[in-house]
Design a protein. Structure first.
Length: 187
């Protein structure tokens, strides 16, 4: 289930919930998974540690696109405002553990943040958590079916996946990052 925008295939948008309403209807994540979902520190650093420093980033797509409606709302974007949308796999020990989607409005990629346009295989999380005075919004969480992601991302099409997203504010410029834990990841 994909939508086509500007030569960019986007996965269907999951339903995001605030912490107070997450898990009220339907199953809840395990305690171990919830510890990963709610951890306020850098997911990149934590995955690097868990993988014994065998961490890598695999770029799936990076292109200018119109973000999903709720992504635009979270970032305070206008309906027709474009953003650089980056989709990657965060891999540990050679296995894809997390599908990450970053939405960076064009207006946010000015000044010292221009470098985010050319991250290549660098993890975005490392740069965000080292940015002076970075602030992060409270998490939103989701439970989604694996078939909402591209088949090359998740082989087990029947799996249910847990994810989180938040907005990073960097000196008045906002970036949204969503992270979906894949079945190959074991908390």
């Amino acid at each position: 289930m994909y939508t086509r925008r500007a030569n960019f295939y986007q996965p269907a948008e999951p339903r995001w919930h605030g912490a107070s309403e997450f898990g009220l209807s339907g199953p809840s994540p395990s305690r171990a998974m919830m510890a990963w979902l709610s951890d306020p520190d850098s997911l990149t650093a934590r995955l690097r540690c868990k993988s014994g420093n065998r961490f890598s980033v695999q770029i799936l797509k990076q292109a200018w696109a119109l973000p999903h409606v709720t992504e635009r709302r979270l970032l305070g974007m206008a309906n027709r405002e474009w953003a650089l949308v980056r989709e990657v796999l965060l891999c540990g020990a050679g296995e894809p553990w997390v599908f990450a989607r970053s939405v960076m409005p064009a207006r946010s990629l000015q000044g010292d943040l221009t470098r985010l346009r050319k991250l290549d295989r660098q993890p975005l999380g490392h740069l965000l958590f080292n940015y002076p005075l970075m602030q992060r919004s409270p998490y939103q969480f989701c439970r989604m079916a694996a078939d909402a992601l591209r088949p090359e991302v998740v082989a087990d099409r029947g799996a249910n996946l847990w994810g989180r997203r938040s907005r990073f504010d960097l000196a008045g410029r906002s970036i949204m990052v969503s992270e979906i834990f894949l079945p190959t990841f074991q908390p």
